[in-house]
Design a protein around this ligand. Structure first.
Ligand code: HDE
Length: 749
């Protein structure tokens, strides 16, 4: 099978059949009527800016046809180039100016289009009957309305060309083109943040970015300046626990949760407000890579996450997330043992459940990376009526920074006029000028009040949709300090640690060994262990200390909380729905493979939504023992197990004998084992697993010819008589994603 053949046709979704409609005809003036007008309108707007140069004649930017684009104009056959060559000048000037400043953080990313649609009558528990009771934002409440979205996922620290699979927080920024203007929910894949006040952000970023003297390291926190800063900032502890966990190594953007991080406000028609935390929950589960795998991917597939999102959408899948809200009023907020305005805290789901209120579907890749992904500009200050800010000092600071940073990136206040950033609503105001103004406004008047133009554009009263800020009572002295209610830095860090399974805890310890192992200064490592980790959990601190040349602390830290609370929602292992959709499965074979094994496996796995890829030593058709042929998708030079979710070795003695001679095939299996991925083998295929000497794994033996053996995610069947039972067991092993119980100490891969 080639990459061109969609392996899996997603079920036709009735609610979704107009998703790609770009055929015009929508009512551009329609308000919040129950149709997909908004969704269509964004597509139309983008279409009007799309150009397809294919087959057209080459022209200059001023529209003149060009006769030669390879040779510059010269004075004589071998003479100097002449400046009047306008085509040369233009081509070179455009090239010289092809880049804009990369984002100071979140420089590396990718994006996709899609839509958001609220659920009809979502279950909000006992406290609220319906969402209209708490917000007038129809983007969240009108279940007939699909709002177009553009989502950009990103890493934070690395520069634009850095690798995708580094240990880092991931950005999860969504632009909703609503009927009431743009709403940007600019979140991350982790619910807390590093710091409590926007004032500290430049210091945090300076500390984590490459060090200023040598510009090293790229896209990594593993160096002295970051941990120096961290060890002196106990408020960072909770976030550090997340960053050391598998959350910082997402398997795919489509397998990642998203969080609004801050507490926001929802506001209803009567001007009443409740607090809200926003959550994105991926339909495909929340999954991670393992560290060794990520470092190999830096070299073998450094666009791994970017390509992953692009490929699945192009292959016809539609990654989906549920938007959930945690709703709580001021009184409830007062009762928590943390401050909801403190962005280093989350609201535990054990306290306030997440209520799903709608779904987001990503179904279209960008046509032009620069015009869409690079130029999309988010701003947490972009809100619509019904959504408002809290006084979280980090959020308040962001409201300044994003507009400011766009001015730097675009060199113009008109950044919100370009196609990807334009709202679908009409815009009327008195702005007329500035670099790269796109709109051509007619008329004499660009001021207010005016009599010449009937005093247009008119202000809109709140009842008619004008944005009114929530009338929160604020009364205080001007002070520069930190609220006492922001002082507890360890309770939630401990909650996170307590909520991890043992393998997840080990991952955190291993990550700390790597990160702090890269820190030269002993006193920094000591501070991390004694001042931070030992105030989270004493055993944790000792386990970290052992690996980094620091004496283990003898007593728990003075500030270590004693609670044993857990929140199961924090563990990724509890976020593994029973699906293998979009997982990439490698089939290792050579000439002489068992035809039935391959065709049965492929159809069974594809039926479950997996993507099956045939890997062979060299490209070009391979013949099965019974004469079937397959066309390998990748060969050994290009394929590596790190880019797959599981591997299966079908039978066929000639094929397996060839694989046994191929170091790459052994390496493929050994690496998949080391990275705790599902492995399966049928018939003679088991010989390859035996040759690799997977430690402490029970394979189907000759004696139990009929049985399907399943041990630690390794599924084998010697006789291969019951292919149905075999594939069922393999599908189950793939759905589990990783098999943490394996001992991989002796595996050299
Ligand atoms: Fe950002 N952040 N940030 N940030 N952030 C930027 O804006 C900033 C913060 C987040 O895909 C920048 O357009 C400050 C929290 C995402 O284009 C910049 C503070 C959260 C993206 C900026 C924060 C985020 C950015 C760089 C502390 C999670 C990528 C380029 C007060 C809730 C958006 C840009 C995209 C980007 C500033 C903290 C998420 C410089 C000052 C907390 C997902 O404006």
């Amino acid at each position: 099978m080639s990459d061109d053949d969609p392996p899996f046709e997603p079920e036709p979704d009735e609610s979704n059949d107009e998703t790609h409609a770009t055929d015009g005809g929508s009512d551009s003036g329609s308000g919040t009527s129950g149709d997909d007008a908004g969704e269509d309108r964004k597509q139309e707007q983008l279409d009007s800016a799309r150009e397809n140069p294919e087959g057209e004649q080459l022209t200059s930017d001023h529209g003149v046809k060009i006769s030669d684009t390879d040779n510059s104009l010269k004075a004589g056959e071998r003479g100097p180039t002449i400046m009047e060559d306008f085509h040369f000048r233009e081509k070179m000037t455009q090239f010289d100016h092809e880049s804009i400043p990369e984002r100071v953080v979140h420089a590396r990313g990718t994006g996709a289009h899609g839509y958001f649609q609220p659920y009809e009558d979502p279950d909000l528990g006992d406290e609220y009957d319906d969402l209209e009771e708490v917000t007038k934002a129809t983007v969240l409440t009108n279940s007939d309305q699909k709002t177009p979205v553009f989502v950009r996922f990103s890493t934070v620290v690395g520069s634009r060309g850095s690798s995708d699979t580094v240990r880092d927080v991931r950005g999860f920024a969504t632009k909703f083109y609503t009927e009431e203007g743009n709403w940007d929910l600019v979140g991350n894949n982790m619910p807390p943040f590093f710091i409590q006040d926007a004032m500290e952000f430049p210091d945090l970023v300076h500390a984590i970015k490459p060090e200023p003297d040598d510009g090293i390291p790229q896209a990594s926190a593993a160096h002295d300046t970051f941990w120096d800063f961290a060890s002196l900032k106990p408020e960072i502890t909770h976030m550090i626990m997340w960053v050391l966990s598998g959350r910082a190594l997402p398997r795919a953007y489509r397998m990642m949760q998203g969080f609004g991080v801050h507490t926001f406000r929802l506001v209803n028609d009567d001007g009443e407000s409740v607090f809200v935390k926003f959550h994105w929950t991926p339909k495909l589960g929340t999954h991670q890579l393992v560290w060794d795998e990520t470092t190999k991917l830096w070299g073998k597939s450094s666009d791994f996450n970017r390509k992953g999102l692009y490929d699945v959408i192009e292959e016809g899948y539609e990654p989906e997330w549920e938007l959930g809200v945690q709703l709580f009023d001021e009184e409830r907020a007062e009762a928590f043992d943390f401050d909801v305005l403190d962005p280093t805290k989350l609201v535990p789901e054990t306290e306030v459940p997440v209520r799903p209120i709608g779904r987001m579907v990503l179904n279209e890749t960008p046509d032009n990376f620069f015009a869409e992904v690079e130029q999309v500009a988010f701003h947490p200050g972009n809100v619509v009526p019904g959504i408002d800010f809290s006084n979280d000092p980090l959020l308040q600071g962001r409201l300044f920074s994003y507009q400011d940073t766009q001015l730097n990136r675009f060199n113009s206040a008109n950044w919100d006029e370009i196609p990807i950033n334009r709202p679908i609503t009409e815009r009327h105001n008195n702005q007329r000028a500035g670099f790269m103004r796109q709109e051509i406004n007619e008329g004499k008047v660009s001021y207010k009040p005016n009599s010449i133009g009937d005093d247009d554009p008119q202000e809109v009263p709140e009842e008619e949709g004008g944005y009114e800020h929530y009338a929160e009572k604020v009364d205080g002295k001007k002070i520069r300090n930190r609220s006492e209610s922001f002082e507890d830095h360890f309770t939630q860090a401990r909650l996170f640690w307590n909520s991890m399974s043992e393998p997840e805890k080990q991952n955190i310890v291993d990550a700390a060994h790597f990160e702090l192992g890269k820190v030269d200064r002993t006193e920094i490592r000591e501070r991390m262990v004694y001042d931070l980790f030992n105030n989270v959990d004493h055993e944790f601190a000792k386990r970290v200390a052992e690996g980094i040349g620091v004496d283990p602390p003898s007593e728990p830290g003075d500030e270590m909380p004693t609670h044993d609370r857990e929140d199961p929602s924090l563990s990724m292992e509890n976020r593994t729905p029973d699906t293998i959709e979009t997982r990439k499965i490698a089939v290792l074979l050579d000439d002489g493979f068992d035809d039935e094994h391959v065709s049965t496996l492929r159809s069974a796995l594809e039926e479950e939504g997996a993507r099956v890829k045939i890997i062979s030593r060299i490209l070009g058709e391979k013949s099965g023992a019974d004469g079937e042929t397959v066309d390998p998708d990748q060969h050994h030079v290009a394929a590596a197990s790190v880019a797959f979710d599981a591997v299966v070795v079908p039978g066929g003695s000639e094929s397996v004998d060839a694989l046994l001679e191929q170091g790459h095939a052994r390496q493929f299996v050994a690496e998949a084992f080391k990275h705790k991925k599902p492995i399966a083998a049928l018939g003679e295929g088991i010989d390859l697993l035996e040759a690799v000497e997977l430690p402490e794994v029970a394979l189907a033996g000759d004696g139990d010819a009929d049985a399907v053996a399943v041990d630690q995610g390794v599924v084998t069947s010697r006789s291969a008589d019951d292919l149905e039972a075999f594939t069922e067991a393999f599908v189950e092993a793939i759905a589990a994603h990783r098999h943490w119980e394996r001992s991989v100490k002796g595996v050299s891969a």
